[in-house]
Design a protein around this ligand. Structure first.
Ligand code: HEM
Length: 146
């Protein structure tokens, strides 16, 4: 469950949907460049990733923005992402690195006003928390099965 996302944030995130549709992939491509330059230690996690990984991320962020008031609708998809993350060894501490890189990419490419950046920061953190919770459960199931 995501908790406490503000209605103003929802409104702003929704207002960026048209721009995400056209610029989403450019933003996520740039996000990976920033991530791998600033935090090269994360590169290894992506060793089995497909070449369209940035498209997958952009699609999911778009889908999240569409369903931000009711993310239960994309719960099954988030389960698939969490499984993929656990398989690759993604940990909670990686999320702020991706978040920082994503926000920097949004800033560079869209140069939006501060309230839009803040709204996306809050939205990203909410999505990250939902995934982190799912992944915690999966990691503990793995621990219990050993
Ligand atoms: C809210 C944040 C994130 C979103 C929305 C997201 C989204 C996705 C999506 C949609 C996939 C593809 C799932 C599939 O089709 O199987 C994926 C896979 C993956 N993500 Fe994330 N991700 C996020 C955070 C992270 C973080 C923090 C890391 C680590 C730095 C990470 C690393 C990976 C890796 C390694 C894969 C698997 C690539 C592969 O081997 O196929 N992701 N993610």
């Amino acid at each position: 469950m995501q908790v406490g996302i503000r209605s103003e944030t929802i409104k702003i995130v929704k207002s960026t949907l048209p721009i995400l549709e056209t610029k989403g992939e450019i933003i996520t491509k740039r996000m990976y460049e920033i991530l791998f330059t600033k935090y090269p230690e994360t590169k290894d996690l992506f060793k089995n990733a497909p070449s369209n990984q940035h498209q997958k991320l952009a699609n999911l962020i778009y889908l999240y923005a569409v369903n931000i008031e009711n993310i239960a609708k994309i719960d099954k998809i988030l389960d698939v992402v969490a499984k993929s993350h656990v398989k690759a060894g993604v940990k909670p501490e990686h999320y702020p690195l991706v978040g920082e890189s994503l926000l920097q990419a949004i800033k560079e490419i869209l140069n939006p006003p501060e309230n839009v950046l803040k709204a996306w920061e809050e939205a990203y953190n909410n999505l990250a928390n939902v995934l982190i919770e799912k992944e915690k459960r999966l990691y503990s199931q793995l621990d219990n099965s050993i």
